[in-house]
Design a protein around this ligand. Structure first.
Ligand code: F0G
Length: 484
């Protein structure tokens, strides 16, 4: 494929101007060439999707499918070796789509009519870190963190947003919109701004971190703080997209999930295509786990990997709809909850993609667990102490791993990758409260938990501005280090 030419500012203007005149209606969006929309429940295949991204027959969610990808042997799909070589070669390219850690894998993404439509901030390309201290602590030889917080707006959302926003622009939409616990809105606002689109954000008032809210404001979104929770915001958005020509960019949108698949492609490439035994991911609205699972199954089908890792999903105990759905309803109907957790990113009680998530849990043999507020705070501090840090929602992965090890689901000697979904700086309020020793909300700390947490706390020390005071502090720290 010849290298694509970078988008000229003029070309962007032309696309944007077209979009204002040929404004898309909620009537439908065609499937990309060679692809179809498939209902996850009844399997109905269609060539266009309405803005709710739900099946017109049974009302369930749609996914994007390429009929040529399954059982690739003998079909027109490229060979695994060709794909691996092409993706590797692109790392040396200077073109914007090749520099994107998402579009670099474009053979396994829906095809844009013209690569000039790509809206990219060089997303993806995130590091895979070793976590040696945490590995030692839990007794595993290999523990890795795939840090999606190192994306341009600080969360994994960017990998999905580059794809869905690009397709929104291609379809001629002028407005994009989302309901959010903060990260989706930050990401959507950035990609909309880069692509010359207007963005509308619906967030629950007082329930998202200021850092995330400030991103949406800076990137120019029309930001509405609604007096409800995330689930209320998402419900309202579903009605809005049927009444107004806005393109919804929640993870109900299957183009988002296509982009989020690339986390798994990039991870396996970083592991030289040797599957880890386990991948552990936080669960909120359950789009990300569904996307990673879809990617693993596609890679397996295409022969890119020979063994499926087990994909496990961890939720906060106060936002445990999937855990309860599996335990109380055998995964047959959704058990919704009134969500409450200090990990505000996953404060979701009515997850949209629950069926997709159950499907990937079953297909990969993964587990679903819940962790307490104290577990989350402790795990977040332990990851921080490795010098990389993450936001509270991401720390459920380490907390969940400890539980899965205790249950014998993860075995000593197995390799594990934790997906860290957001950057430490996404929620400085949580971090400051923890280190200052403020009581954790929604959780009574027992005496033993308090002293354990105390050892992880590093509160700021206020001193007179004298050399003596600083030296005394150094000496005290050294003494307590030796005693520890
Ligand atoms: N981790 C972080 C940091 C998140 O922001 C989210 C979701 C999740 C995990 C859960 O991912 O919903 O795909 O299961 N945040 C959404 C938002 C809901 O609006 O930013 P999921």
């Amino acid at each position: 494929m010849p290298p694509p030419t970078p988008i000229e500012p003029k070309a962007v203007e032309a696309i944007t101007a077209d979009a204002t005149t040929a404004e898309a209606t909620p009537a439908g969006q065609p499937a990309p060439r060679g692809f179809r929309f498939r209902c996850i429940a009844c399997g109905d295949l269609t060539d266009s999707a309405v803005q709710k991204f739900r099946c017109s027959r049974c009302g369930d969610l749609l996914e994007i499918t390429n009929p040529n990808w399954s059982h690739a042997q003998g079909s027109s799909a490229p060979t695994p070796a060709d794909l691996k070589a092409t993706w590797k070669q692109r790392r040396a390219s200077l073109s914007p789509v090749d520099l994107s850690g998402v579009w670099r894998f474009r053979e396994l993404l829906p095809t844009l009519e013209n690569l000039h439509h790509v809206i990219t901030l060089r997303e993806g390309n995130t590091p895979l870190y070793g976590l040696p201290q945490c590995a030692r602590m839990v007794g595993l030889p290999h523990l890795f963190a795939k840090h999606q917080g190192m994306n341009p707006t600080g969360s994994f959302k960017d990998t999905g947003m580059t794809v869905a926003a690009s397709f929104a622009r291609q379809a001629g939409f002028r407005w994009v919109a989302c309901a959010s616990t903060g990260n989706t809105s930050a990401s959507m606002a950035a990609y909309a701004a880069r692509g010359g689109l207007r963005s509308l954000v619906l967030v629950p008032e007082g329930k998202i971190s200021w850092s995330k809210l400030s991103q949406a404001l800076d990137y120019g979104a029309v930001t509405c703080q609604l007096r409800t929770d995330f689930d209320g915001c998402l419900r309202l958005l579903q009605e809005l997209v049927l009444r107004a020509p806005v393109y919804q960019l929640n993870s109900i949108n299957p183009f988002r999930l296509e982009g989020q698949k690339t986390l798994a492609f990039e991870l396996l490439e970083q592991l030289d295509w040797q599957s880890p035994d386990h991948i552990i991911v936080p669960g909120g609205n359950l789009g990300n786990s569904s996307a990673i699972g879809k990617a693993l199954l596609e890679m397996h089908d295409l022969g890119l990997i020979s063994r499926l890792p087990k994909l496990s999903i961890i939720q906060a105990e106060g936002a445990n709809a999937l855990v309860r759905t599996l335990r109380e309803a055998d995964g047959k109907r959704l058990v919704t909850v009134q969500a409450e957790t200090a990990a505000t990113a996953i404060r979701i009680g009515n997850p949209a993609s629950w069926k997709k998530a159950i499907r990937v849990l079953q297909a990969t043999g993964g587990a679903c667990e819940q962790v307490t507020e104290i577990d989350i705070a402790r795990a977040k501090a332990e990851i921080g102490a490795e010098g990389i840090g993450c936001e509270p929602a991401s720390a459920v992965t380490l907390a969940g791993l400890k539980k899965l090890l205790k249950q014998g689901f993860v075995k000593p000697g197995e390799s594990v990758v934790l997906v860290l979904t957001g950057h430490l700086l996404k929620d400085p309020g949580f971090t400051m409260e923890f280190h200052r020793g403020e009581p954790l909300p929604a959780a009574a700390e027992s005496d033993s938990a308090f002293s354990e947490l105390q050892a992880l706390r590093h509160p700021p020390i206020v001193l007179d501005a004298t050399l003596d005071a600083v030296i005394r502090t150094l000496e005290q720290q050294e003494k307590s280090n030796l005693q520890a």
